[in-house]
Design a protein around this ligand. Structure first.
Ligand code: FAD
Length: 454
């Protein structure tokens, strides 16, 4: 039987990983990527220079045989280092030990590693070829290069991994409405850099942490890079009263704001003015679709299907989880791609919706609650319950970040646990006043045990 061909649009993080997994399962895979080959022309960044890789993403990389290679180029982050406006910075560990950590990886480095692996598995890449149009009746696509030259290509089975602004999604939506809804967050982001330090440690602040400067309605975060620098991201309302990107249009205005609100961070960013004036303000939205596919002809995956805000550090992780599910379904389905695509949507969409909601909630948690006494009390009581009754209580962050429990399960379970914590802390926000034996009994009486972890 001839090899079935799958045409992927987009060779970013999700497209490159999916391409390798499909090639390893016997498909002929062609990838059309708008940008030039980053391994030859350098990575055209544009968005977050580094990302947090967590268990779900790692598991997909294990499936691809790439986890060790990626981890060798990653910086371990053991927890959140919270830098309050006043007072002392402190590390809130993610897990009890180093088995529960997340990893800071370079977006460009990871993309290039995935491209190498996909090519080694037999994938054909066509760089500098952006999708301009897709005719789903004739099953032909039109590609355009940087000179504007167009060419046509046959594509009976199309998968769009072309990111939040997906051109394939637009073509599919024109052909048959997908029920698209884009909800802007109303907050934007700007990247700044803490360069490597000159002392014995190459790092100006603790390297093994995700740093957060929570300030209520806005925040800065910083993730380490292997060579000692940190990528800092300022998240701020896009418009409206001070502080917003409207009221802080340039470095002159922003440095005064940083002197007031991020006084310990500003001295670590020597090129503040340059960074602030040169780096664009990125926008953040959540994308919801009712349908991710058009029978067996075209499917969306990763950000193209479900772009989310970045506050749970799960967009790529979720997209990587998608790739394994889809590759397995396609391998099982043989030529019945329509069935594989509809199964993919059935399995993944509730999970994408759940992580979209949790990512939005996490913005409030990160910028505000990590410094809030009631949040800290709930967190502490949750930790005590998890220690006493590990089969009944697990923090939602932990379910999302360190397990493979479906996102939708983590969302529902997290909500139920939260209701219980609120009840237990109804009369007092002091954890010491909560009788732990009674709390454990209430937990066991209210919730079923957690499912076994793989
Ligand atoms: P993309 O990475 O956007 O890749 C799409 C690819 O398609 C690109 O290579 C693009 O050039 C190509 N393309 C676009 N249009 C066309 C076209 N017309 N034709 C051909 N090719 C095309 N996720 C995490 O898991 N952890 C994090 O810590 C994290 N931090 C983030 C921080 C920020 C500020 C942002 C904005 C996002 C963050 N994310 C994070 C989310 C993560 O970046 C995305 O979920 C991930 O990049 C999605 O991968 P993708 O391959 O689906 O899309």
């Amino acid at each position: 039987m001839t090899q079935q061909t799958i045409t992927l649009i987009g060779g970013g993080l999700v497209g490159a990983l999916l391409a390798q997994l499909l090639a390893k399962r016997g498909f002929a895979v062609k990838v059309f990527e708008k940008r030039p080959d980053p391994r030859r022309e350098g990575f055209v960044g544009g968005r977050s220079i580094n990302l947090a890789l967590a268990e779900r993403g790692l598991q997909a990389l294990r499936t691809a045989g790439l986890a060790d290679d990626v981890l060798q180029r990653a910086v371990m982050m053991r927890g959140r280092m919270v830098h309050p406006l006043q007072g002392v910075s402190g590390l809130q560990r993610y897990g009890v030990d180093d088995s529960e950590v997340i990893w800071s990886v370079s977006r460009g480095g990871l993309n290039m590693l995935l491209l190498d692996a996909a090519e080694a598995a037999g994938v054909t890449f066509h760089f500098g070829q952006g999708l301009a149009a897709a005719d789903l009746d004739t099953q032909r696509i039109t590609l355009v290069d940087e000179t504007g030259t167009q060419r046509q290509h046959e594509a009976a089975v199309l998968v769009g991994a072309d990111g939040a602004g997906s051109a394939l999604r637009a073509a599919m939506n024109d052909y048959m409405p997908l029920g698209q809804r884009v909800e802007p967050l109303g907050h934007g982001y700007k990247e700044l850099e803490i360069p490597p330090a000159t002392g014995a440690s190459h790092f100006a602040v603790e390297p093994h942490a995700l740093h957060i400067w929570p300030r209520g309605g806005y925040m800065c975060i910083a993730l380490p890079n292997t060579e000692g620098s940190f990528t800092v991201t300022l998240f701020l309302p896009a418009h409206g009263p001070h502080p917003s990107f409207d009221t802080l249009p340039d470095a002159a205005a922003a440095s005064e704001f940083f002197r007031q609100d991020f006084s310990d961070l500003l001295p670590l960013i020597p090129n503040f003015a340059e960074d602030y004036d040169q780096h664009p303000v990125g926008s953040l939205s959540t994308l919801y679709l009712d349908r991710w596919h058009i029978d067996g002809r075209a499917l969306l995956i990763g950000d193209a299907a479900h772009a989310i805000v970045p506050f749970h550090g799960q967009g790529m992780n979720c997209g990587f989880e998608d790739t394994v599910v889809l590759a397995n379904l396609l391998a099982e389905a043989g030529r019945d791609t329509a069935n594989a695509f509809s199964e993919f949507q059935r399995i993944r969409k509730p999970n994408a919706d759940a992580i979209a909601a949790m990512a939005l909630e996490n913005y409030i948690e990160m910028r505000d609650s990590v410094a809030d006494p009631r949040y800290l009390a709930k967190r502490e009581l949750g930790a005590r319950l998890a220690e006493r009754a590990p089969h009944y209580f697990m923090a939602r962050y932990r379910m999302v970040t360190f397990t493979h429990l479906p996102y939708a399960y983590a969302y529902d379970r997290g909500r139920a646990q939260d209701v219980l914590l609120d009840q237990l802390l109804r009369d007092s926000s002091d954890v010491e006043n909560v009788p732990l034996d009674a709390a454990v009994s209430a937990l066991r009486a209210t919730l079923p045990p957690l499912p076994p972890l793989r």
